[in-house]
Design a protein around this ligand. Structure first.
Ligand SMILES: [Zn+2]
Ligand SMILES: [Zn+2]
Length: 344
């Protein structure tokens, strides 16, 4: 089959590789949609190396059609499915605590297990047994199902800061993740959602996604606008949805006393930032991080997408075949797309 092989940072080319072999309990999927994540770009560029193998196939947001399934198992060939790529071990201290997404032995499809930028993908028996494979409704397009993974991460992020009805939320960055944060905050009953984003196209997308105000941080005073929208006190919640280190400190200046900040976006290896520790101390700010997704977040995300409670239809703006993988990555990196999908 054809697969995009990551041989080294900056070297990802479409090659002929052996078809994946199905072990006992495994499924083989024909990949029908794989969407490109910001993390895929960071891996491709060598800015994220944790869990990355060379050579390997990356791509962890996907859906497809079962090509081979074990006899007598819960799945059969031809079913349309979407797969939660994060496979927890179930027995480490964090799994026991119920925080399986930060499992000490987490294996993920697209990292430790070959991913979805390929014609076919092997879903390990452990993922099948753990309930990571979900049959999707016939009327749900594959590309929308693939977005369950990033949306699940967003659900995990907002769980960390507990957005509730009537609150004000600021989202820094209106890439696909920022836009999903806007939609989820709206669904949770946020009173006002303010987005900060330098790109005019993305500001427009933020308003379309339900933001009340989309601020150009280069031309407008974001802190002033946030104060104006919050009776002068600052936002209840600030979510950093773009991996710019300086935004961690900027977030502290936007949140109210006892407000909550979520550092959602991943930063590059070795990044650090100067932050106002006195702001955290005197203003009793809660600063949280969030990483990845648990199975419960994936299920909720897929349910919300499949039921159209969250409409992700406008998110996929660019589509390529697998042969256009290089162009797909370049388009995702270029920033003009919201979400880029590789379809077959
Ligand atoms: Zn992702
Ligand atoms: Zn574990």
């Amino acid at each position: 089959m054809k697969a995009g092989l990551l041989r080294a940072p900056n070297t990802l080319v479409l090659e002929d590789v052996p078809d994946p072999e199905r072990g006992p309990g495994d499924l083989i999927l024909k990949v029908r949609a794989a969407t490109v994540c910001g993390t895929d770009i960071r891996i491709y560029r060598g800015r994220k190396t944790a869990g990355v193998r060379y050579p390997s196939v990356i791509g962890h947001e996907f859906s497809g059609e079962i090509a081979e399934a074990p006899e007598g198992g819960p799945f059969r060939a031809g079913q349309r499915v979407c797969v939660d790529p994060a496979i927890p071990c179930g027995h480490c201290p964090y799994c026991k605590l119920g925080h399986e997404h930060i499992c000490e032995n987490l294996t993920a499809i697209g990292y430790e297990v070959d991913g979805a930028f390929a014609e076919y993908i092997r879903i390990p028996a452990r993922a099948v047994e753990s309930g990571n494979v979900h049959v999707i409704p016939d009327d749900l397009p594959f590309e929308q199902a693939a977005l369950a993974e990033p949306f699940a991460c967003v659900i995990n992020g907002q769980e960390r800061v507990g957005v509730s009805a009537g609150e004000s939320v600021v989202v820094l960055g209106a890439g696909p993740i920022g836009l999903l944060h806007v939609k989820l905050a709206r669904l949770s009953g946020a009173r006002s959602v303010i987005v900060s984003e330098p790109s005019p196209g993305r500001r427009r997308a933020a308003l379309d996604a339900g933001a009340d105000i989309a601020v150009d941080p280069a031309a407008e005073d974001l802190a002033e606008i946030v104060r104006g929208a919050t009776r002068g006190v600052g936002a209840d919640v600030v979510i950093v949805a773009i991996g710019v280190p300086a935004l961690a400190d900027a977030a502290l200046g936007l949140v109210r006393r006892r407000g909550r900040v979520n550092l959602f976006a991943g930063f590059s290896v070795g990044d650090s930032a100067k932050i106002d520790i006195n702001a955290i101390h005197y203003r009793e700010i809660l600063v949280t991080g969030s990483f990845g997704l648990g199975r419960v977040h994936f299920e909720r995300a897929l349910d919300l997408i499949a039921s159209r409670r969250i409409d992700v239809e406008p998110f996929v703006t660019h589509r390529f075949g697998l042969a256009g993988l290089g162009e797909a990555l370049a388009t995702a990196e270029g920033g003009s797309a919201i979400k880029v999908a590789i379809l077959s």
